[in-house]
Design a protein around this ligand. Structure first.
Ligand code: SF4
Length: 593
């Protein structure tokens, strides 16, 4: 229930802000526990706007698991938009946690979800708005511990000066373990002593100690999956129930960080997936649920799961979405089961236009498989196809780029031969970002000039094909992503300067000030393009070398060398490639509890 005191204090501000429902909490499905009746208080902060953060599945898991513990509480905070910050400032008011309406500094731990590098400056601004020193070294025993988790922690160095604790790997168990350990020690030891103790927990990296951190892996059980979550008062980016089908992917595409940092594969039992989907939909009233995975049709029982669920939901108008299907395992039956209620767009990810390039990136996908999957869809009523491609990949030539429109021409030719109308094709084309902990971590990124030439080349070829649209990702954004994700601690000063000069919510194009980046780069003597586009030497110590996800660095390097000769690696489920995960993390190939 929204408290009268809160409305008296903030009502006037809420009335004037653009979307007040971002800031009131009390959503259906929220826990709203009593702040005074728990021992440990964790504030999950998503450093982006409410409508983005509320859809994030990772934060729903942590929120649910902590709140299920009777003596603990997890509240939420999303980054307020600029108009709300101005109103708070004008009225001399502070930001507050969504449910308890308490100030962030009243919590034991503040945990930021770092999903992408462009949220770094937002983290700093949110600390300032919380009256918490932005620099870790200026915090004292009375301040909450500042924690971060999520994929951007794969290289914590650029945020080392601001974050006390990074969570490496799955957060299910370790966040609670850190909070409980903190409660045990907080009246006995100083802040720095506590941090040193916490660095001994597997899955924790503490910059103060600069320890070697090995990731944590969680099992996918029925108990650690939510069956309810806060339903926003207004539409968010994804309004649907989510059931995580599988974590990790043994395909080992060489550019893909998610694949390499989430091994080993964990598969949720069919009975649990079905039960969770039914309960989640019933509890939330959503008319859609998504079966989340890096590669949905790699689940060993996907057809049985979909059959059970489509039988259960038949005639209800409730749809299932499968976010990622592979063309080589494409099954019409799965596609029909997944889109039985309405035929939306089918998405296929060839990633590259030629076989040579697909072998370089280890996509293990033939042209025939891509064309067959597309033709199957068109024959069966799907007339909108979306392809994902990446350009600027290591060892790419202009012939490889030409392969993208040539592939579309081949699809059109196959349509003609089968007497089919051409589908509407959209190609979403992103720029390669060399990511830590992948075989391509040593590779250089193309410069902006190189990327622009490639885009121009592709645009000219595309003009000759009528049924295709090319959407290019912003190359500057990709460059900044590479800059932040492969930089070292020197980037802390860069991020700090950006924040000091007003950078905030930078993943939104309208907030990204590229002139500011140039000015700060000049001031600090940092070359953004050089950092993004430099090739690391084979024997160089990389800024993220003390963060271990289980995969051996020597194995990653071998994969990079194999890429150079366009040699593929067989998927891990088919044959173990001795990447190191199973022995280093004392686990096994596919875990299904
Ligand atoms: S060690 Fe083998 S089975 Fe285990 S994750 Fe690596 S490739 Fe897969």
């Amino acid at each position: 229930m929204i408290d009268d005191n809160f409305l008296n204090e903030y009502g006037n501000i809420l009335y004037q802000t653009e979307k007040p429902s971002r800031y009131i909490g009390d959503e259906f499905g929220s826990y709203d526990k009593d702040f005074n009746l728990v021992d440990g208080k964790f504030l999950f902060v998503f450093p982006d706007k409410y409508e983005i953060g509320i859809s994030n599945f990772g934060h729903k898991i942590i929120y649910d698991l902590i709140n299920k513990k009777q003596n603990l509480l997890c509240d939420r905070l999303y980054a307020p938009d600029k108009d709300f910050i101005e109103l708070l400032d004008k009225n001399n008011k502070k930001i507050y946690a969504l449910e308890s309406k308490r100030q962030p500094k009243e919590f034991d731990i503040i945990g930021f979800g770092l999903q992408y590098e462009m949220s770094y400056t937002t983290v700093l601004k949110l600390l300032e708005l919380s009256d918490i020193p932005v620099l870790s070294k200026e915090r004292n025993d009375n301040h909450p511990l500042i924690l971060a988790g999520g994929p951007s922690c794969a290289n914590p160095k650029p945020m080392n000066k601001f974050i006390d604790i990074f969570i490496i790997g799955d957060g299910e168990d370790v966040n609670i373990e850190v909070l409980e350990k903190y409660l045990e020690l907080k009246n006995k030891l100083s802040r720095n002593e506590i941090l040193k103790e916490l660095s001994k927990i597997q899955g924790v990296y503490v910059p103060l100690v600069d320890n070697v951190a090995t990731k944590r892996i969680a099992q996918l059980t029925y108990e650690n999956h939510p069956v309810n979550s806060p339903i926003p008062h207004f539409p968010s980016v994804h309004d649907r129930a989510i059931v995580e089908l599988r974590r990790g992917c043994g395909r080992l595409c060489r550019f893909c960080q998610a694949s390499h940092i989430n091994l080993p594969i964990r598969e949720r039992k069919k009975e649990d997936v079905v039960k969770l989907a039914k309960e989640y939909v019933k509890n939330t009233g959503y008319d859609e649920y998504s079966l989340l995975s890096l590669s949905s049709n790699d689940h060993s029982q996907i057809e049985d799961i979909l059959k059970d669920l489509s039988c259960h939901f038949r005639g209800s108008g409730i749809n299932v979405s499968l976010p990622s299907q592979r063309a080589d395992k494409f099954s019409l039956e799965i596609a029909n089961l997944a889109q039985s209620e309405r035929k939306a767009t089918v998405t296929i990810a060839p990633e590259a236009g030629t076989q040579r390039m697909r072998d370089i990136i280890n996509k293990n996908l033939s042209q025939e498989q891509i064309i067959n999957a597309t033709i199957s869809c068109v024959k069966n009523g799907w007339n909108k196809i979306k392809y994902y491609f990446v350009i600027g990949l290591p060892f790419e030539t202009y012939d490889d780029l030409k392969g993208i429109p040539e592939l579309i021409e081949e699809v059109n030719k196959a349509c003609r031969e089968n007497g089919l109308k051409y589908p509407q094709i959209t190609c979403s084309i992103s720029v390669f970002v060399p990511k830590p902990h992948t075989p391509f971590q040593w590779a250089r990124q193309n410069t902006i000039e190189e990327v622009q030439e490639k885009i121009k080349f592709l645009r000219e070829l595309k003009d000759k094909i009528k049924n295709v649209k090319f959407n290019f990702h912003n190359p500057k954004m990709s460059q900044l992503e590479a800059f932040f994700s492969r930089g070292d601690e020197k980037l802390s000063d860069f991020i700090y300067e950006l924040y000091k000069n007003g950078a905030y919510l930078e993943s939104w194009d309208e907030n990204l000030d590229l002139d500011l980046y140039s000015k700060i780069a000049d001031k600090l003597g940092i070359n953004i393009e050089k950092t993004a586009s430099r090739e690391y030497l084979d024997d160089e110590i990389l800024p993220w070398d003390n963060i271990h996800y289980g995969v051996n660095k020597t194995w990653l390097l071998d994969e990079y060398k194999k890429a150079q000769s366009a040699i593929s690696t067989i998927p891990c489920e088919v044959k173990c490639n001795n990447c190191g995960v199973c022995s280093n993390l004392k686990t096994r190939k596919v875990i299904c509890d």
